[in-house]
Ligand binder design. Sequence first.
Ligand code: XMP
Length: 514
Amino acid sequence: MEKVFSKILIIDFGSQYTQLIARKIREDGVYCEIYPFNSSIEKIKDFKPDAIILSGGPSSVYDKHAPFITEDVFNINVPFLGICYGMQVMAHLLSGEVKPAKNREYGYSKLRIIEESELFRGCEKSSLVWMSHGDIIIKPPSHFIVTSQTENCSIASFENSEKNLYGLQFHPEVAHTDYGLRILNNFLFNIAKVKKTWKLEDFIENKVRDIKNLTNGKKAICALSGGVDSTVAAVLANKAMGDKLRCIFVDNGLLRENEGKAVIKFYKENLKLNVKFVNAANLFLKALKGVKNPEKKRKIIGKLFMEIFEKEAKKIKDVDFLVQGTLYPDVIESVRVFGASSIIKSHHNVGGLPKKIRLKLIEPLRELFKDEVRVIGNNLGIPMEVINRQPFPGPGLAIRIMGDVDKNRLKTLRRADAIVTEEIKKAGLEDKIWQSFPVLIPVKTVGVMGDKRSYESLIALRAVGSSDGMTADFIKLDYDILRTISARVISEIKGVNRMVYDITSKPPSTIEWE
Ligand code: XMP
Protein backbone atom coordinates (compact mmCIF):
# COMPACT_ATOMS: atom_id res chain seq x y z
CA MET A 1 0.00 0.00 0.00
CA GLU A 2 1.33 3.45 -0.85
CA LYS A 3 2.29 5.57 2.15
CA VAL A 4 0.16 8.69 2.39
CA PHE A 5 2.52 11.11 4.11
CA SER A 6 6.28 11.17 3.52
CA LYS A 7 8.64 12.08 6.37
CA ILE A 8 12.35 12.73 6.60
CA LEU A 9 14.29 12.68 9.85
CA ILE A 10 17.45 14.69 10.36
CA ILE A 11 19.70 13.51 13.17
CA ASP A 12 21.48 16.60 14.45
CA PHE A 13 25.16 16.59 15.36
CA GLY A 14 25.21 20.32 16.08
CA SER A 15 25.75 21.86 12.64
CA GLN A 16 24.82 25.49 12.15
CA TYR A 17 23.13 24.32 8.91
CA THR A 18 20.79 21.66 10.37
CA GLN A 19 17.69 23.85 10.34
CA LEU A 20 18.58 25.00 6.85
CA ILE A 21 18.50 21.40 5.58
CA ALA A 22 15.08 20.93 7.19
CA ARG A 23 13.72 24.11 5.64
CA LYS A 24 15.02 23.18 2.18
CA ILE A 25 13.36 19.77 2.43
CA ARG A 26 10.06 21.29 3.50
CA GLU A 27 10.28 23.83 0.68
CA ASP A 28 10.50 20.77 -1.56
CA GLY A 29 7.13 19.66 -0.18
CA VAL A 30 8.37 16.93 2.16
CA TYR A 31 7.77 16.98 5.92
CA CYS A 32 10.92 16.89 7.97
CA GLU A 33 11.85 16.90 11.65
CA ILE A 34 15.11 17.24 13.58
CA TYR A 35 16.08 14.95 16.47
CA PRO A 36 19.23 15.29 18.57
CA PHE A 37 21.96 12.67 17.99
CA ASN A 38 21.33 11.04 21.38
CA SER A 39 17.70 10.15 20.64
CA SER A 40 16.88 6.52 21.32
CA ILE A 41 16.54 4.13 18.44
CA GLU A 42 12.91 3.50 19.48
CA LYS A 43 12.14 7.21 19.21
CA ILE A 44 13.73 7.30 15.77
CA LYS A 45 11.75 4.23 14.63
CA ASP A 46 8.53 5.63 16.11
CA PHE A 47 8.82 8.64 13.84
CA LYS A 48 8.62 6.22 10.87
CA PRO A 49 10.99 8.16 8.64
CA ASP A 50 11.19 7.42 4.92
CA ALA A 51 14.84 8.45 4.97
CA ILE A 52 17.38 9.66 7.52
CA ILE A 53 19.91 12.46 7.11
CA LEU A 54 22.90 12.66 9.43
CA SER A 55 23.78 16.33 9.78
CA GLY A 56 27.17 17.94 9.93
CA GLY A 57 28.66 19.14 13.19
CA PRO A 58 31.71 20.84 14.66
CA SER A 59 33.25 17.71 16.22
CA SER A 60 35.85 15.16 15.18
CA VAL A 61 34.93 11.48 15.54
CA TYR A 62 38.06 11.21 17.68
CA ASP A 63 37.02 13.89 20.21
CA LYS A 64 36.60 12.55 23.73
CA HIS A 65 32.95 13.62 23.81
CA ALA A 66 32.22 13.27 20.12
CA PRO A 67 28.48 12.93 19.43
CA PHE A 68 27.53 9.53 17.97
CA ILE A 69 24.55 7.39 17.17
CA THR A 70 24.50 3.66 17.68
CA GLU A 71 25.45 1.51 14.74
CA ASP A 72 22.03 -0.19 14.98
CA VAL A 73 20.48 2.87 13.40
CA PHE A 74 21.71 1.61 10.02
CA ASN A 75 19.52 -1.48 10.46
CA ILE A 76 16.47 0.73 10.03
CA ASN A 77 15.74 -0.13 6.50
CA VAL A 78 15.59 3.35 4.92
CA PRO A 79 18.00 5.38 2.79
CA PHE A 80 20.67 7.35 4.71
CA LEU A 81 22.52 10.48 3.69
CA GLY A 82 25.46 11.56 5.84
CA ILE A 83 26.55 15.16 5.36
CA CYS A 84 30.08 16.26 6.40
CA TYR A 85 30.47 15.10 10.04
CA GLY A 86 27.43 12.84 9.42
CA MET A 87 29.35 11.14 6.63
CA GLN A 88 32.35 10.72 8.90
CA VAL A 89 30.17 9.15 11.59
CA MET A 90 28.86 6.75 8.96
CA ALA A 91 32.41 5.90 7.84
CA HIS A 92 33.68 5.48 11.39
CA LEU A 93 30.81 3.23 12.50
CA LEU A 94 30.89 1.08 9.39
CA SER A 95 34.65 0.41 9.59
CA GLY A 96 35.93 3.06 7.23
CA GLU A 97 38.78 5.33 8.33
CA VAL A 98 38.69 9.01 9.29
CA LYS A 99 41.82 11.12 9.89
CA PRO A 100 42.59 14.75 10.70
CA ALA A 101 43.34 16.57 7.44
CA LYS A 102 46.63 18.43 7.08
CA ASN A 103 44.72 21.60 6.33
CA ARG A 104 41.23 22.42 7.44
CA GLU A 105 39.19 22.91 4.29
CA TYR A 106 36.77 25.82 4.45
CA GLY A 107 35.00 27.46 1.52
CA TYR A 108 34.67 26.67 -2.18
CA SER A 109 36.16 23.54 -3.72
CA LYS A 110 35.95 22.13 -7.19
CA LEU A 111 34.15 18.80 -7.18
CA ARG A 112 34.88 16.15 -9.81
CA ILE A 113 32.39 13.32 -10.18
CA ILE A 114 34.30 10.11 -10.87
CA GLU A 115 31.55 7.49 -10.77
CA GLU A 116 27.98 7.62 -11.93
CA SER A 117 25.60 8.01 -9.01
CA GLU A 118 21.87 8.42 -8.63
CA LEU A 119 22.72 11.21 -6.18
CA PHE A 120 24.45 13.20 -8.93
CA ARG A 121 21.87 12.66 -11.66
CA GLY A 122 21.66 15.81 -13.79
CA CYS A 123 24.82 17.40 -12.30
CA GLU A 124 27.80 18.51 -14.42
CA LYS A 125 30.92 16.36 -14.02
CA SER A 126 32.69 19.32 -12.52
CA SER A 127 31.12 21.97 -10.25
CA LEU A 128 31.68 24.10 -7.16
CA VAL A 129 30.81 22.83 -3.69
CA TRP A 130 31.02 24.32 -0.19
CA MET A 131 33.33 22.56 2.23
CA SER A 132 33.78 23.05 5.96
CA HIS A 133 35.68 20.26 7.69
CA GLY A 134 38.81 19.40 9.66
CA ASP A 135 38.86 15.60 9.31
CA ILE A 136 38.80 13.61 6.08
CA ILE A 137 37.86 10.06 5.25
CA ILE A 138 40.86 8.14 3.98
CA LYS A 139 39.21 4.73 3.57
CA PRO A 140 35.52 4.13 2.82
CA PRO A 141 33.71 1.27 4.56
CA SER A 142 33.85 -2.01 2.65
CA HIS A 143 31.37 -2.36 -0.22
CA PHE A 144 31.26 1.43 -0.61
CA ILE A 145 32.44 3.14 -3.77
CA VAL A 146 33.91 6.64 -3.97
CA THR A 147 31.88 8.76 -6.38
CA SER A 148 33.59 12.17 -6.31
CA GLN A 149 36.75 14.02 -5.28
CA THR A 150 38.12 17.49 -4.76
CA GLU A 151 41.73 18.60 -4.85
CA ASN A 152 42.17 18.26 -1.08
CA CYS A 153 39.75 15.46 -0.47
CA SER A 154 40.02 12.19 -2.34
CA ILE A 155 36.72 10.94 -0.88
CA ALA A 156 34.25 13.82 -1.31
CA SER A 157 31.31 11.40 -1.58
CA PHE A 158 30.76 7.68 -1.24
CA GLU A 159 27.92 5.25 -1.41
CA ASN A 160 26.68 1.74 -1.07
CA SER A 161 23.70 2.01 -3.36
CA GLU A 162 22.53 -1.53 -2.67
CA LYS A 163 22.07 -0.63 1.01
CA ASN A 164 20.99 2.92 0.17
CA LEU A 165 23.78 4.51 2.21
CA TYR A 166 25.22 7.78 0.89
CA GLY A 167 27.72 10.29 2.20
CA LEU A 168 28.76 13.80 1.15
CA GLN A 169 31.77 15.58 2.59
CA PHE A 170 30.47 18.93 1.29
CA HIS A 171 27.26 20.81 2.17
CA PRO A 172 24.48 20.45 -0.43
CA GLU A 173 22.10 22.63 1.63
CA VAL A 174 24.05 25.90 1.30
CA ALA A 175 23.50 28.16 -1.69
CA HIS A 176 27.23 28.11 -2.53
CA THR A 177 27.07 24.48 -3.72
CA ASP A 178 26.20 24.64 -7.44
CA TYR A 179 24.05 21.52 -7.63
CA GLY A 180 23.22 21.32 -3.93
CA LEU A 181 19.46 21.40 -4.29
CA ARG A 182 19.52 18.95 -7.17
CA ILE A 183 21.57 16.53 -5.06
CA LEU A 184 19.13 16.84 -2.13
CA ASN A 185 16.25 16.41 -4.58
CA ASN A 186 17.85 13.31 -6.07
CA PHE A 187 18.20 11.84 -2.60
CA LEU A 188 14.60 12.61 -1.70
CA PHE A 189 12.77 11.72 -4.88
CA ASN A 190 15.01 9.27 -6.78
CA ILE A 191 16.64 7.38 -3.92
CA ALA A 192 14.19 7.63 -1.00
CA LYS A 193 11.31 7.93 -3.49
CA VAL A 194 9.29 10.14 -1.15
CA LYS A 195 6.19 12.02 -2.24
CA LYS A 196 5.55 15.75 -2.02
CA THR A 197 2.88 15.52 0.65
CA TRP A 198 3.73 18.55 2.83
CA LYS A 199 1.36 21.31 1.76
CA LEU A 200 0.77 24.38 3.87
CA GLU A 201 -2.73 24.80 2.41
CA ASP A 202 -3.71 21.44 3.92
CA PHE A 203 -2.06 22.48 7.16
CA ILE A 204 -4.66 25.16 7.91
CA GLU A 205 -7.58 22.85 7.23
CA ASN A 206 -6.09 20.01 9.31
CA LYS A 207 -5.13 22.26 12.20
CA VAL A 208 -8.52 23.93 12.39
CA ARG A 209 -10.18 20.50 12.44
CA ASP A 210 -7.75 19.25 15.15
CA ILE A 211 -8.36 22.30 17.36
CA LYS A 212 -12.11 21.97 16.89
CA ASN A 213 -12.02 18.31 17.93
CA LEU A 214 -9.72 18.96 20.85
CA THR A 215 -11.53 21.94 22.35
CA ASN A 216 -15.03 20.68 21.56
CA GLY A 217 -16.84 23.87 22.58
CA LYS A 218 -14.62 24.63 25.60
CA LYS A 219 -12.86 27.96 26.14
CA ALA A 220 -9.25 28.97 25.45
CA ILE A 221 -7.24 32.08 26.19
CA CYS A 222 -4.37 33.57 24.21
CA ALA A 223 -1.90 36.36 24.94
CA LEU A 224 -1.38 38.55 21.90
CA SER A 225 1.82 40.52 21.45
CA GLY A 226 1.23 42.24 18.11
CA GLY A 227 3.92 40.03 16.53
CA VAL A 228 3.34 37.58 13.72
CA ASP A 229 3.55 34.31 15.73
CA SER A 230 0.90 35.01 18.36
CA THR A 231 -1.31 36.67 15.74
CA VAL A 232 -1.23 33.70 13.35
CA ALA A 233 -1.78 31.24 16.22
CA ALA A 234 -4.80 33.22 17.41
CA VAL A 235 -6.33 33.56 13.95
CA LEU A 236 -5.99 29.80 13.39
CA ALA A 237 -7.54 29.01 16.77
CA ASN A 238 -10.26 31.59 16.14
CA LYS A 239 -11.19 29.84 12.90
CA ALA A 240 -11.73 26.67 14.90
CA MET A 241 -13.28 28.09 18.08
CA GLY A 242 -14.93 31.39 17.21
CA ASP A 243 -15.76 33.42 20.31
CA LYS A 244 -14.73 30.57 22.63
CA LEU A 245 -11.25 31.97 22.09
CA ARG A 246 -10.59 34.95 24.37
CA CYS A 247 -7.48 36.99 23.60
CA ILE A 248 -5.70 39.36 25.95
CA PHE A 249 -3.45 42.17 24.83
CA VAL A 250 -1.43 43.82 27.58
CA ASP A 251 -0.18 47.30 26.72
CA ASN A 252 2.93 47.65 28.88
CA GLY A 253 3.45 51.29 27.89
CA LEU A 254 6.74 50.29 26.27
CA LEU A 255 5.36 50.02 22.75
CA ARG A 256 6.06 52.22 19.76
CA GLU A 257 4.09 55.36 18.88
CA ASN A 258 0.31 54.68 18.65
CA GLU A 259 1.08 50.96 18.51
CA GLY A 260 -1.23 49.75 21.27
CA LYS A 261 -4.33 51.37 19.85
CA ALA A 262 -3.53 50.48 16.23
CA VAL A 263 -2.86 46.83 17.10
CA ILE A 264 -6.07 46.42 19.06
CA LYS A 265 -8.13 48.07 16.31
CA PHE A 266 -6.56 45.75 13.77
CA TYR A 267 -7.22 42.67 15.91
CA LYS A 268 -10.84 43.58 16.42
CA GLU A 269 -11.81 45.05 13.09
CA ASN A 270 -9.66 43.22 10.55
CA LEU A 271 -9.10 39.87 12.21
CA LYS A 272 -12.39 39.80 14.15
CA LEU A 273 -10.70 38.47 17.27
CA ASN A 274 -12.39 38.57 20.65
CA VAL A 275 -9.69 40.55 22.42
CA LYS A 276 -9.45 42.46 25.66
CA PHE A 277 -7.16 45.48 25.83
CA VAL A 278 -5.45 45.90 29.19
CA ASN A 279 -3.76 49.23 29.72
CA ALA A 280 -1.00 48.52 32.22
CA ALA A 281 1.40 51.31 31.22
CA ASN A 282 1.44 52.94 34.65
CA LEU A 283 2.07 49.68 36.46
CA PHE A 284 5.10 48.94 34.29
CA LEU A 285 6.48 52.48 34.62
CA LYS A 286 6.12 52.30 38.39
CA ALA A 287 7.82 48.91 38.57
CA LEU A 288 10.70 50.15 36.40
CA LYS A 289 11.27 53.38 38.35
CA GLY A 290 14.94 53.82 39.15
CA VAL A 291 15.95 50.47 37.63
CA LYS A 292 19.10 50.75 35.55
CA ASN A 293 20.30 47.17 35.26
CA PRO A 294 19.23 45.56 31.94
CA GLU A 295 18.68 42.08 33.36
CA LYS A 296 16.63 43.53 36.24
CA LYS A 297 14.49 45.44 33.75
CA ARG A 298 13.88 42.29 31.73
CA LYS A 299 12.96 40.26 34.81
CA ILE A 300 10.60 42.93 36.19
CA ILE A 301 8.81 43.28 32.85
CA GLY A 302 8.47 39.51 32.36
CA LYS A 303 7.17 38.94 35.89
CA LEU A 304 4.70 41.79 35.83
CA PHE A 305 3.38 40.74 32.44
CA MET A 306 2.76 37.26 33.81
CA GLU A 307 0.96 38.62 36.89
CA ILE A 308 -1.31 40.83 34.79
CA PHE A 309 -2.04 38.08 32.30
CA GLU A 310 -2.89 35.63 35.07
CA LYS A 311 -5.18 38.14 36.75
CA GLU A 312 -7.01 38.82 33.49
CA ALA A 313 -7.17 35.12 32.62
CA LYS A 314 -8.80 34.37 35.98
CA LYS A 315 -11.60 36.78 35.17
CA ILE A 316 -12.63 34.52 32.30
CA LYS A 317 -14.51 31.60 33.78
CA ASP A 318 -14.19 27.93 32.83
CA VAL A 319 -11.12 28.09 30.64
CA ASP A 320 -9.45 24.81 29.69
CA PHE A 321 -6.85 25.76 27.10
CA LEU A 322 -4.04 28.20 26.42
CA VAL A 323 -3.14 29.02 22.80
CA GLN A 324 0.51 29.89 22.14
CA GLY A 325 2.54 30.83 19.08
CA THR A 326 5.48 28.50 19.80
CA LEU A 327 7.51 27.75 16.65
CA TYR A 328 9.49 24.68 15.64
CA PRO A 329 12.94 26.22 16.34
CA ASP A 330 11.81 26.71 20.00
CA VAL A 331 10.85 23.05 20.18
CA ILE A 332 13.92 21.44 18.62
CA GLU A 333 16.14 20.12 21.38
CA SER A 334 19.34 22.00 20.78
CA VAL A 335 22.53 20.00 20.47
CA ARG A 336 25.33 21.51 22.49
CA VAL A 337 28.57 19.90 21.59
CA PHE A 338 30.70 22.46 23.31
CA GLY A 339 28.98 22.30 26.69
CA ALA A 340 26.35 24.60 28.12
CA SER A 341 26.35 28.18 26.94
CA SER A 342 25.85 31.06 29.34
CA ILE A 343 22.69 33.17 29.43
CA ILE A 344 23.35 36.41 27.59
CA LYS A 345 19.89 37.92 28.09
CA SER A 346 16.78 36.56 29.75
CA HIS A 347 14.21 36.85 27.01
CA HIS A 348 10.68 37.81 27.66
CA ASN A 349 8.03 36.90 25.16
CA VAL A 350 4.51 35.60 25.35
CA GLY A 351 5.85 32.10 24.74
CA GLY A 352 7.04 31.90 28.34
CA LEU A 353 3.60 31.53 29.90
CA PRO A 354 2.79 27.88 30.63
CA LYS A 355 5.18 27.34 33.54
CA LYS A 356 2.76 29.21 35.78
CA ILE A 357 -0.59 28.71 34.16
CA ARG A 358 -2.09 25.26 34.52
CA LEU A 359 -4.03 24.96 31.31
CA LYS A 360 -3.80 22.50 28.44
CA LEU A 361 -1.58 23.91 25.72
CA ILE A 362 -2.57 24.42 22.12
CA GLU A 363 0.47 25.26 20.01
CA PRO A 364 -0.78 25.23 16.44
CA LEU A 365 2.55 26.41 14.98
CA ARG A 366 4.93 24.12 16.84
CA GLU A 367 5.82 22.16 13.70
CA LEU A 368 6.53 25.27 11.64
CA PHE A 369 9.49 27.43 10.75
CA LYS A 370 9.07 31.21 10.68
CA ASP A 371 8.89 31.38 6.88
CA GLU A 372 6.11 28.77 6.92
CA VAL A 373 4.21 30.77 9.55
CA ARG A 374 4.39 33.77 7.23
CA VAL A 375 2.89 31.74 4.36
CA ILE A 376 0.13 30.43 6.64
CA GLY A 377 -0.53 33.97 7.89
CA ASN A 378 -0.81 35.19 4.32
CA ASN A 379 -3.19 32.34 3.45
CA LEU A 380 -5.28 33.30 6.47
CA GLY A 381 -5.64 36.79 5.07
CA ILE A 382 -3.31 38.63 7.46
CA PRO A 383 -1.84 41.61 5.55
CA MET A 384 1.77 41.38 4.39
CA GLU A 385 2.79 44.45 6.43
CA VAL A 386 1.94 42.51 9.59
CA ILE A 387 3.47 39.26 8.35
CA ASN A 388 6.75 40.86 7.37
CA ARG A 389 6.94 43.13 10.41
CA GLN A 390 10.39 43.51 11.94
CA PRO A 391 10.80 41.64 15.25
CA PHE A 392 10.12 43.74 18.34
CA PRO A 393 11.36 42.53 21.73
CA GLY A 394 8.92 41.66 24.54
CA PRO A 395 10.46 44.22 26.95
CA GLY A 396 9.92 46.85 24.23
CA LEU A 397 11.46 50.30 24.39
CA ALA A 398 12.64 49.75 27.98
CA ILE A 399 15.72 47.91 26.66
CA ARG A 400 16.35 50.64 24.10
CA ILE A 401 16.63 53.34 26.75
CA MET A 402 19.93 52.98 28.55
CA GLY A 403 19.48 53.35 32.29
CA ASP A 404 16.32 54.72 33.90
CA VAL A 405 13.08 54.48 31.97
CA ASP A 406 10.63 57.35 32.44
CA LYS A 407 7.76 59.03 30.60
CA ASN A 408 9.91 61.74 29.03
CA ARG A 409 12.54 59.36 27.77
CA LEU A 410 9.87 57.08 26.35
CA LYS A 411 8.31 60.05 24.56
CA THR A 412 11.68 61.03 23.06
CA LEU A 413 12.49 57.51 21.90
CA ARG A 414 8.99 56.95 20.51
CA ARG A 415 9.28 60.03 18.33
CA ALA A 416 12.73 58.99 17.11
CA ASP A 417 11.41 55.50 16.42
CA ALA A 418 8.52 56.90 14.38
CA ILE A 419 10.94 58.98 12.30
CA VAL A 420 13.31 56.05 11.70
CA THR A 421 10.41 53.76 10.75
CA GLU A 422 8.97 56.35 8.38
CA GLU A 423 12.27 57.02 6.60
CA ILE A 424 13.21 53.35 6.32
CA LYS A 425 9.76 52.66 4.88
CA LYS A 426 10.10 55.56 2.45
CA ALA A 427 13.39 54.11 1.25
CA GLY A 428 11.60 50.77 0.63
CA LEU A 429 13.86 48.99 3.11
CA GLU A 430 11.46 48.05 5.90
CA ASP A 431 11.05 44.39 4.99
CA LYS A 432 14.58 44.03 3.62
CA ILE A 433 16.18 44.87 6.95
CA TRP A 434 15.95 42.48 9.91
CA GLN A 435 15.60 45.38 12.36
CA SER A 436 16.09 49.14 12.27
CA PHE A 437 15.54 51.23 15.39
CA PRO A 438 16.91 54.08 17.52
CA VAL A 439 18.39 53.72 20.99
CA LEU A 440 18.31 56.53 23.55
CA ILE A 441 21.55 57.15 25.37
CA PRO A 442 20.89 59.70 28.07
CA VAL A 443 24.47 60.95 28.03
CA LYS A 444 24.79 64.64 27.22
CA THR A 445 27.12 66.06 24.62
CA VAL A 446 27.73 69.65 23.51
CA GLY A 447 26.30 71.01 20.31
CA VAL A 448 25.47 74.30 18.69
CA MET A 449 21.94 75.14 17.64
CA GLY A 450 21.29 78.51 16.05
CA ASP A 451 23.94 80.57 17.76
CA LYS A 452 23.47 78.88 21.06
CA ARG A 453 25.38 76.18 22.85
CA SER A 454 23.33 73.04 23.48
CA TYR A 455 24.02 70.26 25.94
CA GLU A 456 21.67 67.40 25.24
CA SER A 457 21.10 63.68 24.80
CA LEU A 458 22.45 61.26 22.25
CA ILE A 459 20.55 58.85 20.03
CA ALA A 460 22.09 55.88 18.23
CA LEU A 461 20.66 54.24 15.16
CA ARG A 462 20.89 50.45 14.84
CA ALA A 463 20.07 48.73 11.54
CA VAL A 464 21.04 45.10 11.09
CA GLY A 465 20.68 42.32 8.58
CA SER A 466 20.15 38.81 9.90
CA SER A 467 18.32 35.61 9.02
CA ASP A 468 17.47 34.44 12.52
CA GLY A 469 18.66 37.05 15.04
CA MET A 470 21.45 34.71 16.20
CA THR A 471 24.11 36.51 14.22
CA ALA A 472 23.77 39.86 12.51
CA ASP A 473 25.71 42.50 10.66
CA PHE A 474 25.12 46.23 10.48
CA ILE A 475 23.50 47.43 7.26
CA LYS A 476 25.51 49.70 5.02
CA LEU A 477 22.77 52.30 4.90
CA ASP A 478 22.97 54.92 2.22
CA TYR A 479 24.52 58.20 3.50
CA ASP A 480 21.55 60.21 2.26
CA ILE A 481 19.14 58.10 4.31
CA LEU A 482 21.39 58.45 7.36
CA ARG A 483 21.56 62.21 6.83
CA THR A 484 17.77 62.56 6.48
CA ILE A 485 17.12 60.51 9.61
CA SER A 486 19.64 62.39 11.71
CA ALA A 487 18.49 65.81 10.46
CA ARG A 488 14.87 65.01 11.25
CA VAL A 489 15.60 63.50 14.66
CA ILE A 490 17.67 66.49 15.76
CA SER A 491 15.33 69.16 14.43
CA GLU A 492 12.04 67.51 15.43
CA ILE A 493 12.89 66.16 18.86
CA LYS A 494 13.61 68.45 21.76
CA GLY A 495 16.48 67.38 24.00
CA VAL A 496 18.54 65.55 21.37
CA ASN A 497 21.48 67.17 19.61
CA ARG A 498 23.57 64.28 18.26
CA MET A 499 23.02 61.01 16.46
CA VAL A 500 25.49 58.16 15.83
CA TYR A 501 25.30 54.95 13.78
CA ASP A 502 26.04 51.59 15.39
CA ILE A 503 28.62 49.82 13.22
CA THR A 504 29.07 46.61 15.20
CA SER A 505 28.01 43.14 14.17
CA LYS A 506 26.65 40.35 16.39
CA PRO A 507 28.83 38.86 17.77
CA PRO A 508 30.60 40.64 19.43
CA SER A 509 27.71 43.05 20.12
CA THR A 510 24.07 42.01 20.47
CA ILE A 511 21.25 43.48 18.39
CA GLU A 512 19.42 45.18 21.26
CA TRP A 513 21.61 47.38 23.43
CA GLU A 514 20.38 45.91 26.72
P1 XMP B 1 19.85 40.24 20.88
O1 XMP B 1 19.74 41.59 21.48
O2 XMP B 1 19.94 39.14 21.90
O3 XMP B 1 18.47 40.00 20.11
O4 XMP B 1 20.94 40.14 19.85
C1 XMP B 1 18.24 38.97 19.19
C2 XMP B 1 16.82 39.11 18.66
O5 XMP B 1 15.89 38.85 19.72
C3 XMP B 1 15.07 39.99 19.95
N1 XMP B 1 14.88 40.09 21.41
C4 XMP B 1 13.77 39.67 22.05
N2 XMP B 1 12.62 39.15 21.59
N3 XMP B 1 11.82 39.00 23.82
C5 XMP B 1 11.63 38.83 22.48
O6 XMP B 1 10.55 38.37 22.08
C6 XMP B 1 12.95 39.50 24.34
O7 XMP B 1 13.09 39.64 25.55
C7 XMP B 1 13.98 39.87 23.41
N4 XMP B 1 15.23 40.39 23.56
C8 XMP B 1 15.75 40.52 22.31
C9 XMP B 1 15.82 41.15 19.36
O8 XMP B 1 14.95 42.23 19.02
C10 XMP B 1 16.50 40.51 18.18
O9 XMP B 1 15.62 40.38 17.08
